[in-house]
Design a protein around this ligand. Structure first.
Ligand code: FRU
Length: 679
């Protein structure tokens, strides 16, 4: 479905009044005619049939309906009167087609021919549109150039009676301009005035989120001229997945992010799917100069029934982007060929790309001298966890082994859209060798994160040698339960993490260690120390409340009880339990009673990471941020990342031991300052 520019309403009913000229973006002016904005409580001269539409436009959501959003002003057409069972239609007065486009907001059921809106000319429907099984209205439009000067009517209809048997429509205009992302600017401008700006009850306070709309995978992570860039899969048109484009933010400390305008938009029916960004220091691509090396984004173009690899470049620190005129640079005529990840391989002096034939679970490695011409080097897979549906978003990088001088090994990380350890989507990684041509695993794959909400992580490129860390970030969500109960934005990123490898036991066996970046310490308020204690079959509050539920907690646990640990976000009947399960030798996060879990039947549950005790102890480092927990176990040897949606009043913290006793020591906590409101 397409987006359109939305211009300020100016005319009155049925295109009668002259249009005002309005500014629709930085440099464009356009004129539009309002057909109807449905802002009054009657349908005026529209003809109403049946009972689905009631007597007039609805003032928003109707009884028993999921939240309706994305409409303009206070009212909209909503055929959910008395639920989905009712049927009917609305027919507009006649009007003359005077602009090349008719644009409108539409939501509700996707039942072609049964729930929708049509343009009628000469007794026939000549254009039609339907909803998208979502209560969020999105822009849609028709090119009606060929009907200019003709008399038309609009008919909004609902003859469906089952699930999603209703239609929502609002703000119908005749417009001069093709669909664009004007509405995002309007939405942002409105949102920036909101008293809740970046401060809604579930808005994470020290993790990245877009101001408004839908986000998924991190893309194009790169450090350049003092800034960490974070691009991300973003829908400029709404709060569900669609119209994928690259959103953009920059930071100097990986924590305080400045939201920037859209970097790479969907265009001509081709979405900008996931990919990476490199700094082309030698200007091998010719897109910049050696004095001002270009940033080059390599991303998947998705559209017209296939996925190809494209380039875009920037010579102004990522502020503006140009799509390469000779795109695509890789086209196998494949429908599922995506998520290129490119790095400079110093020993062979060339660019290497790893990209996924997603449904075949095959990664192809390519080499290039100029980022434009690519030659296949080798293939990897299928491998790893068996029988899982696909592989997406690969990343290939070298990591140091902790405490082994300069020993380094390669890691190949890849994500599966479903069937991961905690259910739904998640990642696995292989440790091995890469010789510039071929990756070879030296051990079985392992899970990246044992929670449900850490997906498609990719690492930052071009981190200065003087820093030397290997950093990444993941999407703090799960495709299976991705429609989190937040608005006007949806989804956030994990805390940025620094990676290393750690040898386990004496064998040649390694795990990837993830630790929150040290910068996080700069957000700490004053330290709260908790005296060591033992508990037997009991629980004990340690703080009634802690800084609006954005904090860090560390403790060492000797878990002799069947289960013991800490509960966070404790309130009336609510808590999220983080504990050690002795029988299963595992650390777990149980979010069954964490708060709102009803928005998806698969959300509630418990997720565990197998962790053998060392010296009868386990160390937990827990990050809580309003609607999230990230647990780092034994200095990063395993992580569990989960979203939770507690009540605002559930701010307690308590220790517990069940069926036996447990000792808690080395307990510290710090409130963490908001990166949005406490600069
Ligand atoms: C993974 C993914 C990618 C794709 C992107 C589209 O989450 O499916 O494979 O590029 O999302 O938004």
């Amino acid at each position: 479905m397409k987006r359109t520019l939305l211009l300020l309403a100016c005319g009155i009913a049925a295109g009668a009044a002259p249009a005002d000229e309005v500014l629709v973006g930085k440099f464009e002016r356009a004129r539009e005619l309002l057909i109807d904005d449905f802002e009054v409580d009657s349908y005026s001269n529209w003809i109403v049939e049946g009972d689905a539409f009631g007597d007039g436009p609805a003032a928003g959501t109707l009884p028993n309906q999921q939240d309706v959003s994305g409409y303009r002003g206070r009212r909209l057409v909503n055929s959910y009167r008395s639920g989905d069972v009712t049927t009917g239609s609305l027919t507009s007065p006649e009007f003359e087609v005077r602009r090349p486009f008719i644009a409108f907001l539409i939501g509700g059921g996707r039942h072609e021919g049964q729930t929708g809106i049509e343009l009628r000319i000469g007794g026939k429907a000549v254009r039609t549109a339907t909803g998208h099984d979502s209560e969020e209205l999105e822009w849609s439009s028709w090119d009606v150039t060929e009907f200019k000067g003709q008399t038309a009517t609009l008919r909004i209809f609902d003859s469906a009676t089952g699930g999603w048997g209703h239609i929502n429509v609002d703000h119908i205009v005749q417009s001069d301009v093709a669909p664009k992302r004007f509405d995002l600017e309007h939405r942002l401008a409105e949102y920036r005035k909101s008293p809740d700006y970046l401060n809604e009850p579930h808005r994470l306070q020290y993790h990245f989120s877009p101001e408004v709309n839908w986000m998924n995978d991190p893309n194009g992570l790169v450090y350049h001229n003092g800034e960490y860039h974070l691009f991300y899969q973003f829908n400029p048109a709404g709060i569900i997945w669609g119209h994928m484009s690259w959103g953009h933010a920059v930071s100097r400390d990986l924590l305080h992010w400045e939201h920037l305008p859209l970097a790479i938009p969907e265009e001509d029916g081709i979405m900008a799917f996931s990919g990476c960004c490199v700094v082309d220091h030698h200007n091998s691509s010719g897109f910049g100069t050696t004095e001002n090396p270009p940033m080059v984004a390599v991303y998947t173009g998705h559209g017209h029934d296939k996925q190809v690899q494209n380039l875009a470049y920037s010579t102004d620190n990522g502020r503006t982007w140009t799509k390469y005129a000779d795109n695509p640079v890789l086209d196998l005529n494949e429908r599922d060929f995506r998520d290129p990840n490119v790095f400079w391989h110093e020993p062979t002096q060339r660019w290497v790309m790893v990209v996924s034939l997603a449904n075949e679970k095959i990664l192809i490695l390519y080499g290039s001298n100029d980022l434009k011409q690519w030659t296949e080097l080798s293939r990897f897979g299928p491998a790893g966890v068996k029988d899982k549906p696909n592989w997406e978003c690969p990343d290939l990088f070298e990591l140091p082994v902790e405490n082994e001088n300069s020993r380094r090994l390669w890691v190949l990380e890849v994500d599966m859209g479903n069937g991961a350890i905690a259910g739904g989507s998640g990642g696995e990684y292989f440790v091995g060798h890469f010789d510039g041509t071929r990756f070879e695993a030296i051990q079985d794959s392992r899970w990246v994160d044992f929670g449900r909400d850490f997906y498609a992580p990719v690492s930052w490129k071009n981190i200065p040698e003087s820093d030397g860390r290997h950093l990444w970030i993941g999407w703090f969500n799960n495709w299976e339960t991705c429609l989190l109960p937040t608005s006007p934005w949806r989804s956030e990123m994990s805390i940025p993490r620094a990676l290393t490898l750690r040898r386990i036991g004496d064998a040649d066996e390694y795990i990837m260690v993830q630790r929150p970046v040290d910068e996080l310490k700069s957000l700490r308020g004053s330290r709260l120390q908790i005296a060591p204690m033992s508990l037997t079959d009991s629980q004990k509050p340690v703080f009634a409340t802690l800084a609006g539920n954005s904090y860090e907690l560390q403790l060492e646990l000797t878990p002799t009880a069947a289960a013991s640990g800490v509960r966070v976000c404790v309130g009336d009947g609510e808590f999220t339990e983080i504990g050690y399960d002795r029988a299963r030798s595992a650390v777990y996060v149980d979010r069954t009673l964490s708060g709102n879990t009803d928005f998806d039947a698969r959300f509630s549950g418990r997720h565990e990471a197998p962790v053998p005790l060392s010296d009868e102890k386990v160390a937990l480092r827990i990050l809580v941020d309003r609607s999230s927990v990230e647990v780092f176990i034994d200095d990063g040897r395993a992580a569990i990342s989960d979203r939770i949606f507690p009540s605002q009043t559930s701010t307690g913290i308590e220790l517990f031991a069940r069926d036996g006793s447990a000792t808690f020591s080395d307990m510290k906590a710090w409130p963490l300052r908001s990166v949005w409101h406490d600069r």
